[in-house]
Design a protein around this ligand. Structure first.
Ligand SMILES: Nc1nc2c(ncn2[C@@H]2O[C@H](COP(=O)(O)OP(=O)(O)OP(=O)(O)O)[C@@H](O)[C@H]2O)c(=O)[nH]1
Ligand SMILES: [Mg+2]
Ligand SMILES: [Zn+2]
Length: 302
């Protein structure tokens, strides 16, 4: 029996700019608008979402997004859904890396069940050994690379491994440069650092997904700093769980499970920092994050 109702077409949102979404389907790419009901429900389609679309003009490749399929996760910044692996990109130097930003991004990954990998770019300028020591020591995969010389790019390519991944980090660290090196032809605009401030110029303005090395890579806009309170509000008791290498010390402080590993005497975490077993910068980030969220009220948490 034939039916007059067309099958809904399913696809992947590759980018969304100014209310238009590029959706890749088995019948090719469509430019879509979202139905008004998304706005009413406060739901924004994101790059990385799987969507059902209804084609309005086949010739013009125009369609409406009818529904968003259930998400594994969604980030506000960068705005992307269903991320499996986050490549946290820093420059070994220029701009100088911020451990607090890295640690906040790791925290977001831990809470959203995204696998964090630290990509230390620009190793042609500086080997970035200190970062490798801190994050390798804490149990994370660290990839030293250079978009300039090509060092480490085959390892990076292997680590994409069929997943939905994103390059995330400060403006100017080389996210778009790395993407261009992994693609057969350059796809992203690359910006020079501002000479005076040694900072990036926010060259990438929106999230866009590219098929790459058997998986998908999202190039994302760089940011200045990251406010956890705005992006990932969490209870002060949850900060500890964002530092996976602290786990073996849980309950071993003088005040047991009620220790915040701050000013308390007999703290096993602080002792491990003194003994050089835990990285001092990770404990400093833990404290900075703890103080950032400690005054959040229950109603401010999700
Ligand atoms: N020396 C050196 N320079 C690099 C490397 N990778 C990128 N750069 C330079 O760093 C600058 C910024 O690169 P982008 O790729 O635009 O950085 P981005 O992270 O995409 O920046 P936003 O889009 O603003 O977030 C450019 O001048 C690049 O040429 C590298 O491995 N070594
Ligand atoms: Mg960029
Ligand atoms: Zn403690």
């Amino acid at each position: 029996m034939s039916t007059l109702i067309p099958e809904p077409l399913e696809g992947l949102i590759c980018k969304g700019v100014g209310g238009f979404y590029a959706v890749e389907t088995e019948r090719g790419l469509y430019v879509c608008k979202a139905r008004g009901l998304f706005r009413k429900r406060g739901l924004t389609p994101l790059a990385g979402d799987r969507a059902q679309i209804a084609v309005t003009h086949e010739g013009d490749r125009e369609a409406y997004i009818e529904a968003i399929l259930p998400r594994k996760n969604a980030l506000i910044r960068p705005p992307v859904a269903n991320l499996e692996r986050m490549f946290i990109v820093v420059a070994a130097t220029s701009p100088e890396p911020s451990c607090l930003v890295i640690d906040k991004l790791i925290a977001i990954c831990e809470r959203k069940e995204i696998d964090p990998v630290l990509v230390v770019n620009k190793v042609d300028l500086d080997p970035g050994d200190a970062l490798a020591e801190v994050y390798g020591g804490a149990g994370f995969l660290v990839l030293p690379v250079s978009a300039e010389t090509g060092v480490g790019l085959s390892a990076l390519e292997r680590e994409i491994g069929g997943r939905l991944c994103a390059f995330v980090g400060h403006s100017g660290v080389g996210k778009s440069s790395l993407l261009n090196r992994l693609m057969p032809v350059p796809v992203a605009e690359v910006g020079a650092l501002s000479e005076k401030l040694e900072r990036g110029r926010h060259t990438t303005r929106h999230v866009e997904l590219f098929s790459c090395a058997g998986g998908l890579i999202a190039d994302t806009p760089g940011f200045g700093d990251l406010s956890l309170v705005q992006i990932e509000p969490l209870h002060k008791d949850e900060v500890f769980d964002c530092f996976r290498e602290f786990a073996p010390y849980f309950g071993r402080c003088r005040f047991g499970g009620s220790c915040y590993h701050d000013q308390e005497p007999g703290c096993a975490v602080k002792q491990a920092v003194e003994d050089g077993v835990l990285a001092r910068s990770r404990h400093e980030s833990y404290l900075a994050m703890l103080h950032e969220v400690k005054d959040l009220k229950a109603w401010e948490l999700p």
